[in-house]
Design a binder for this molecule. Structure first.
Ligand SMILES: *Cc1c(COP(=O)(O)O)cnc(C)c1O
Length: 403
């Protein structure tokens, strides 16, 4: 391959808005779960572009879908419909509870649509007082002002002036707090069916059941933010399918496009009817290129073998992390589901997740954190077993440089 050094990491600091702090190396090529940087150093990818590249890099079926559609038509806008969008929407309704789909371009946009739809539905159906949104501490729903305010991390939402109002945060997995706060004024409860950014926290079965029951009791819609958990990530096509409860609105993005930007909300015909012509929209949303790629991704992800493979890989990850823990006594707990796993650091390693991430990069491993104390693993759903082994060996090596 040709090494192009005309732009380097320092250019980021020169010309990019400084809201990120990217790693020192610049990846230029990927294949499966391996990535190469400008200097041709090779990395194992346990990050998957933050739970996005669910079929690895440059999967042949994805490249085919992209190039085929790329040679047909890229964009039409919502003034026209298009074949890939209709096919993808049909497929998503066949695979889930949903009867109707709205396409957006990102997770935040999907959640923005979900929240606006829930508010509109409640106001239309029950009157102007029913606007309260209940959400959870440490939740994450994106960076638009509405979604970041519904998210439960004030350091992301403070400092931008007056916020969208009538939003209440309660602790996750706390049935009593939910009972105490939910009322007939609640229009929706928004939650991740496994908190991702907030530290990889699963809901208890009782909590999930209680949320559904209390929403029904108070005519509140249950919105599941499946932006991170969706599309096979937990071993079910959507995480709600493994929880035994069904939301009223589901948002999806990240892995839906397997690396191409697309998002969507899914809901019932009854609720969807409140987004009448002109009430909501998106110029790019449902664009043929994005939908063609997502359709190819969904076709692969929804196969039973793919989903079963996620569970097998989870077992390998857990065993490997356990081995590392026996050697270094570094984790208090490994949690999560499928290939959305978190290794929580124990007290002796408190606050050092980012140090480990940087050391891992130097050892040839791309991974993630979820806050200062949790290592997060969101690799390709079809990562080869030997790449899991090799990646864990590199993690072991990275940790050894820090002890
Ligand atoms: C990543 C994420 C979002 C935001 O998605 P963007 O595509 O970055 O807007 C929303 N909700 C959850 C649960 C996420 O993990």
């Amino acid at each position: 391959m040709t090494v192009k050094n005309s732009v380097e990491r320092s250019v980021f600091d020169e010309v990019m808005v400084p809201c990120y702090s990217p790693m020192d190396f610049i990846p230029v090529k990927g294949q499966g779960s391996r990535v190469w940087d400008q200097q041709d150093n090779e990395y194992i990818d346990f990050a998957g572009g933050i739970a996005v590249s669910c079929l690895g890099h440059c999967h042949p079926a994805m490249v085919k879908a992209l190039t085929e559609q790329g040679n047909k038509i890229w964009h039409l806008s919502n003034v026209m419909t298009n074949e890939p969008a209709l096919r993808l929407a049909k497929k998503l309704t066949e695979l889930t509870f949903a009867e109707k789909v709205f396409f957006a371009n990102s997770g935040a946009e999907a959640n923005e649509a979900a929240l606006k739809l829930a508010r509109r539905y409640a106001v239309d159906t029950y009157g102007p007082e029913k606007t309260e949104i209940l959400a959870f501490v440490q939740g994450f729903h994106g960076r638009t002002f509405f979604t970041v305010t519904v998210g439960g991390q004030s350091h992301y939402s403070d400092g931008f002036g007056p916020k969208p109002s009538d939003i209440t945060h309660i602790p996750y997995n706390d049935i009593d707090a939910l009972k105490a706060h939910i009322s007939d004024k609640t229009c929706a409860v928004m939650m991740e069916p496994l908190q991702g950014e907030g530290g990889i926290v699963s809901p208890s079965d009782e909590f999930a059941q209680a949320v559904r029951e209390l929403c029904d009791k108070h005519n509140a819609l249950l919105i599941f933010d499946e932006v991170q958990t969706g599309n096979g990530r937990t071993g079910d096509f959507y995480a709600y399918q493994g929880l035994g409860i069904t939301p009223d609105i589901l948002s999806t993005a990240k892995s839906l496009g397997a690396g191409f930007p697309i998002g969507a909300i899914m809901t019932t015909t009854k609720i969807a009817g409140h987004f009448k012509v002109g009430v909501h929209g998106s110029t790019y949303g449902g664009n043929p290129l994005g939908c063609a790629v997502a359709e190819a991704a969904v076709n692969i992800i929804s196969q039973p073998e793919t989903l079963a493979g996620v569970k097998e890989r989870e077992t390998l990850f857990r065993a490997g992390l356990e081995k590392i823990n026996q050697k270094y006594h570094i984790f208090s707990e490994v949690r999560g589901k499928g290939l959305l796993l978190g290794a929580a650091l124990n007290e002796a390693w408190e606050g050092r997740a980012r140090d480990i991430l940087v050391a891992a990069g130097k050892a040839g491993l791309m991974m993630l954190v979820a806050g200062p104390n949790v290592l997060r693993f969101t690799p390709s759903l079809i990562i080869p077993e030997q790449d899991i082994e090799e990646g864990l060996a590199r993690l072991d090596k990275a940790i050894s440089t820090l002890v």
